[in-house]
Design a protein. Sequence first.
Length: 640
Amino acid sequence: MELSPLKGGKSPPPAAPASGPQPLDITFNDIKYTVKDRATGKPLEILKGISGKVEARRLLLDILANNLWGSGTVEGQVLVNGAERNPREFSQVSCYVLQRDVLLSSATVREAITTSALLKLPRSMPTAEKVARVDGILKELDLEGCQHTLIGDEMLHVKGISGGQRRRVSGLDSEMAVSLMETLVQLARQDRTVCLTIHQPNSIITSKFDDFLLLHAGSTVYFGRWEGVVGYFAGHGCPCPQYTNPTDYAMSLMKTKGDDLVAAWAAQETQQRVCSADVEPGRGANGAAEEAPATRSKLCGVLALPCGALDVQQQQQQQGGGTPPVGRQASHLQLVPSVPWWYQVWVLSKRMFKQWIRNPAMLISEISQYAFMAVFVGLVWLQVNDSLATGPNDRAASMWFSMAVMSFTPAYTAAVIWDKDRLLLRRESQTGMYDVTAWFAARTLTLLPFEITQCVAFCVVAYWMVGYAAIFLNFLVFTAAFILFQLVSETIGELSAVVTGSSTYAVLILTFVLLFLLSFSGFLVSDVPVYFRWIAKASRPTSSGRCEREAISYLTYAYAAVMENEFNHVTFYTAGGLEVPGHVLLHPPPGSRFAEDSPLSSVSNGLSPGENLAVLFGICIGTRALAFVFIWLMARFRKL
């Protein structure tokens, strides 16, 4: 499919003043987007296949904005000021507003705009100037009245602003749509390139267009000044009836005479190439002069298969008279210096912290889960005794159940939250607002205090209610093991969601994985079958002839740490009053009566509590690094 580029043969426009925005000429040519058909495996050209549909409008704009997230292949050229587009540079001088908004529900309107200003504007710019720009945007978009209102989210039961205030691009009434179009016109008059698509435009809105691109089945039907569209169709035997909206009429022509009009445009272009004659500035595609006011820049509106390009040079030539323009090159775009990495982390951390504080549903849900399960564990095993008949098993069971709680709860929560975070991360990182590494660092720094606080609260309640060894150092080791265990579980949940791309699939996978790990922690199964020893390998024979376990399961190290920590400082008593040290049950000496019948001997992995914590810490760092690598790669290759 070939999309007609901006007409050549004209001198490039003068460079923008240093104090103002730099005008951009965007040229696109021979744009194709193909994917493999799932049924046949053959390439399928998507733009032609869905031309005229909403999906095609979005797809072509995605290509022009460098916002594609799929497995398809893009062919063709997209030039910026006559040179090949650099995606990274282009993201710094452009903005892509999608129809479906992805906004942080816990932020106010002012905070959302301020965050963008802090991350997009130079760090050297004074804060007062940034605030002034935010105030100007709020006034220009008529959002001053709701600037301190939360954006909100109906799904999370957070009341916020209205739908029209959220989007300003979709589902608007006629009055608001006209107001928004006037705002875009003002931006276009300030040397901004504006390319847009619109649903069911009225005559007031379309009268504000500068350029108009109309496509049928992926081929050009008309591209030129908006004022020339009626005359062009009339010159090809399709006069617009009186009192009929030209855009409605143009759309109806696509259904009845689309192929004929495509052929007519192609023939006209062929003739122009042969004659080496281009359309002069200020003229429509039919060659008739349609002079625009000298103050006009270019606002390009596109229907049917919407896309377009803004050619600032026409307006510049109209104003410039005989002054020869000066060229611009894409390699010398006036880029805004990006803010430092540490500043991105700081801004994102503050935003994420407010998100947790202001989102009562998420915060209350997290706190209630840990509080309820801590009390539940404490009530079920309330003040366990030191009887050899029941004490060891009660301690082992309560710790195992607590580990189960700390494996499923944070993992499931992380998997569910990722769905929302993924959309926001994809949208903002693609626009160059911040680096993925800064987002990951900010998320880790923000969530860490909340996760540690929740885990400490769980341990305080459960530890003393159950009645473990009343030694403060033991409590600290117990808490440290659970904190590391919780962090690993949360990371595994996030990693599952990142890899699968769906919280639903992630939860299913997590259920099976965590159940496997729990089953072979040493509590449920003493003698691990040979075909499951890749989860918990039997090795390292001891002097007693038994095999202590080297596990690849993080749960095994956490469980061994808390069991060693508890049983090394507790003494059990038989019915006859005989004392049995707890460590004997974990490490029965050769020849003792516990050497063969102690079910807890399979828990030990031969490491001390401190060594188990060190291994668990390494697993925590490793899983976090692995999660970051996956997120970075998926963002790098646009698979988020």
